[in-house]
Design a protein around this ligand. Structure first.
Ligand code: ATP
Length: 227
């Protein structure tokens, strides 16, 4: 038994970190994660709700416990989707902002043999140059960028400073070779769903059916969230 376990930990996996506010998690997030899993042969996708996202201007977020519970409900039934507490608030005191570079480093320490991808939508990637230590972040793992309505994936190239670009072209058409990593453009998904739209619908009393997984819809109704 011990031998089997240690053999398993020695095997390298392809894993993804999918960070977000997830206020709430919705079918667009899941469509992106499913497409990424299929196209990049991911063994696990870690959904990392942030207790205090540094780049969100909105001050009023649903409690971390609610957002985490919804992520866990959305992940139920997908054996490779894992809710992560990597950016959970501390048990006492106020959460400081969590930065993606620290989260990636934490996963690197925890899973040193794994190939790590970081998933994010085009809207988030277009702001990456204002993220903490963005150059170190871009050097630290590969990226999967999902297209979002209103964002051209070509613009992803334009935000990157030329010093970050690799000397050689990437080996796939929908990829950009950086100096130490690769940015993969995920064109297979185009979902208009956003958490903003779900919160707006709840406020106006409209249905959110099919915009979130069933368990998440049930949770939002039972907890009377976003009214
Ligand atoms: P809000 O509407 O509150 O800004 P959101 O729908 O963008 O929220 P987040 O939790 O902020 O959801 O998103 C986490 C990550 O998922 C971000 O990188 C975001 O760009 C990406 N994302 C969210 N919805 C989609 C979608 N429909 N298609 C592609 N990427 C998405």
């Amino acid at each position: 038994m011990k031998g089997a376990a240690s053999k398993k930990t020695r095997t390298s996996r392809s894993i993804a970190i999918f960070g977000g506010t997830f206020d709430p998690i919705h079918s667009g997030h899941l469509a992106v994660a499913e497409a990424a899993e299929r196209l990049f042969y991911l063994d696990a996708t870690y959904f990392v709700p942030s207790s205090r996202p540094p780049h969100k201007k909105r001050v009023e977020l649903a409690a971390f416990s609610h957002r985490y519970a919804m992520v866990a409900l959305a992940a139920a039934g997908h054996s490779t989707f894992i809710p992560s507490l990597a950016e959970a608030p501390p048990e006492s005191g106020v959460a400081e902002a969590f930065y993606s570079i620290d989260t990636v480093r934490r996963f690197r320490r925890e899973y040193p043999r794994d190939r790590i991808y970081f998933i994010l939508g085009a809207d988030s990637f277009l702001e990456i140059t204002i993220w903490k230590s963005f150059e170190a972040l871009l050097d630290s793992c590969d990226f999967i960028i999902a297209s979002r309505p209103g964002f051209r994936l070509d613009t992803v190239r334009e935000v990157l400073p030329s010093r970050m670009l690799g000397g050689k072209p990437a080996c796939e058409p929908d990829a950009i070779a950086l100096r130490k990593s690769t940015v993969h453009l995920l064109t297979a998904v185009s979902s208009e769903v956003s958490s903003t739209e779900i919160r707006r619908r709840r406020k106006s009393g409209a249905s959110i059916h099919a915009l979130v997984p069933e368990g998440v819809e049930d949770y939002i109704l039972k907890q009377a969230l976003y009214r």
